[in-house]
Ligand binder design. Structure first.
Ligand code: ADP
Ligand code: MG
Length: 400
């Protein structure tokens, strides 16, 4: 939408947005925003219509999976597989290596969990290692694993930084079928001789693109090289940069690549900018927005851990039910804030990009970029936290 409104005059939305605030006129460059074109942050949501409804070729009932697992899927309320599940599950069940490329919020977790749970139900010797970029994502995957494997007695171990390593050593000693972890902690546990990765014959790399962004490539190479062969390897990612293709070529055995060319997640999202004038106080502008009744569940992004912490405290002082997640908080604090936000005990969560990556939080009404993202890709990840599934979301980006 670069050409939408080059001089910021012709469109009524350009002069003032629906909150009556001035918007994209007279771009001024903030230091961090030199490469960002603010017109990219102004876009109307595309309404989902009936004709776009996906027709899966399978139903969950058609998959050759354990009856207990199928019963749990029904309990979770899943009826039809999502496109990535529809495409990937049959191949994973056949034992093929799979590269799955699909946007956030398209159900990639179940796409790899369901067939792998089936496998571990069938053969108790199967062991699965799931490597993810962030602690929150690991927690989320374990939560989903617990739902799908409920009543089966399946063991899992969560190996993430910021949490007590002794507890993790203990859960590893119970011979878990699933180990879910972040690269640093997994490496640590291997080096301490507590995690015997050579016993694992299934590996999942989730959010591979983010792991590359976060500089985990060497760790991943180290981990994968230690694993058992033959093994089944699955890579999931929203995008497929060259490094991932190379990694896949090196570590996967004749993989099937499933690419879901869905509409960008962001197309469900009404996007606009909020211009903060030099004489205005940014937090006052935010305060006034948060008072509006439609701002029911708001995820606010800041750039630094310190800034995020400070903003959350200032919002609390102003009487808002707010909390924050960022890298300086303990794992239990992060988990608690996230849980309360998910359960609607908090109306506002302030987060850094890293802490919020991949999170699936239902019904976020608004994403607010209180501080600009580093680049457009981060912007897309941020706003992908709202407008999940077919729901319409809203994203506002502060520009000062
Ligand atoms: P991704 O990893 O692609 O970002 P997730 O696996 O986090 O997406 O899934 C997004 C949301 O969709 C989750 O709340 C999940 O429970 C839900 N979901 C996934 N698959 C289905 C399905 N087949 N039917 C209904 N809901 C689903
Ligand atoms: Mg995911």
């Amino acid at each position: 939408m670069f050409s939408r409104n080059p001089r910021g005059k012709s469109s009524p939305r350009a002069g003032a947005n629906r909150f009556g605030r001035p918007t994209s006129r007279g771009r001024r460059k903030a230091p961090a925003a030199r490469e960002l074109d603010f017109t990219q942050f102004v876009k109307k949501a595309i309404q989902t219509t009936e004709t776009e409804t996906f027709n899966p070729t399978h139903r969950f009932a058609d998959f050759e999976m354990h009856s207990k697992l199928k019963a749990n899927i029904v309990k979770c309320g899943y009826v039809h597989p999502t496109p990535i599940q529809d495409g990937a599950i049959p191949h994973i069940l056949k034992g093929r290596d799979v590269v799955g490329i699909a946007n956030t919020g398209t159900g990639k977790t179940a796409a790899f969990l369901l067939p792998l749970i089936h496998k571990t139900f069938k053969h108790t010797t199967e062991k699965v290692l799931i490597i993810v970029p962030t602690r929150e994502l690991a927690l989320q995957i374990e939560e989903e694993l617990r739902k799908f494997a409920a009543g089966s007695g399946l063991h899992s171990a969560l190996c993430i930084g910021g949490a007590h390593i002794g507890d993790q050593v203990r859960s590893l000693s119970r011979n878990p079928s699933f180990v879910i972890g972040t690269p640093g902690r997994l490496k640590d546990l291997i080096e301490r001789g507590k995690l015997h990765i050579s016993e694992f014959n299934n590996i999942v790399l989730d959010e591979v693109d983010r792991m590359l962004d976060m500089g985990f490539i060497q760790d991943i190479k180290y981990l994968v090289a230690l694993m058992k062969t033959p093994r089944q390897s699955l890579f999931f990612s929203a995008t497929m940069p060259r490094e991932i293709a190379e990694l896949a070529k090196k570590f996967l055995n004749d993989p099937v690549t499933i690419t879901i060319k869905a509409r960008a997640t962001s197309e469900n999202v009404d996007q606009d900018i909020v211009r903060v004038l030099p004489k205005e106080d940014k937090i006052e502008v935010l305060h006034n927005l948060l008072l509006l009744p439609e701002f029911k569940k708001v995820l606010i992004f800041g750039r630094t851990k310190h800034g995020v912490e400070k903003l959350a405290l200032r919002l609390q002082d102003r009487g808002f039910k707010a909390d924050s997640i960022h890298g300086d908080k303990s794992q239990s604090q992060r988990a608690r804030a996230l849980r309360r936000f998910k359960n609607d005990e908090l109306a506002i969560l302030v987060a850094t990009d890293v802490a919020a990556r991949g999170l699936d939080i239902p019904d976020v009404t608004h994403v607010i970029n209180y501080e600009l993202p580093e680049n457009y890709e981060d912007y897309i990840h941020r706003i992908g936290r709202t407008g999940r599934g077919t729901k319409k979301g809203n994203a506002l980006t502060f520009v000062d």
